[in-house]
Design a protein around this ligand. Structure first.
Ligand SMILES: [Cu+2]
Length: 119
């Protein structure tokens, strides 16, 4: 009985996997280096082929401002002190998503990013 339950859980997990390609560990990876400074991300627009995992290497090159980078698909980095870097796994891109700095009013001041899914 217990084995059957385990099998069921595994089948559900497999089914869930194919239903949500954003978790595909075998997807090709596109790594992009992004700078955060002066209330903007550089680059602030990234094109990613559908089905490719986007990994962002974010560096805060500002002198005194803290920044971060979050996305509307739920991916998010930590707050970065000036001079610090981090790697953000944005996941496998299947549609356009928006990113922004969530600190204070930085988003309103222009710290936004657009990820465009291209075929
Ligand atoms: Cu910021």
């Amino acid at each position: 009985m217990r084995k059957l339950a385990l099998l069921l859980v595994m089948m559900l997990a497999l089914a869930g996997c194919s239903a949500s390609p954003t978790d595909d560990p075998d997807a090709p990876v596109q790594t992009v280096q992004v700078d955060a400074a002066n209330m903007r991300f550089t680059p602030d627009a990234i094109e990613v082929p559908v089905g490719t995992r986007l990994v962002i290497e974010l560096t805060n090159t500002d002198v005194s401002q803290m920044h971060d980078l979050v996305f509307d698909n739920g991916a998010a980095g930590e707050h970065l002190a000036p001079g610090a870097s981090e790697t953000i796994d944005v996941g496998v891109i299947t549609e356009d998503i928006d990113g922004w700095c969530s600190i204070s009013n930085h988003r309103a001041m222009g710290m936004t990013m657009t990820v465009t899914a291209v075929n």
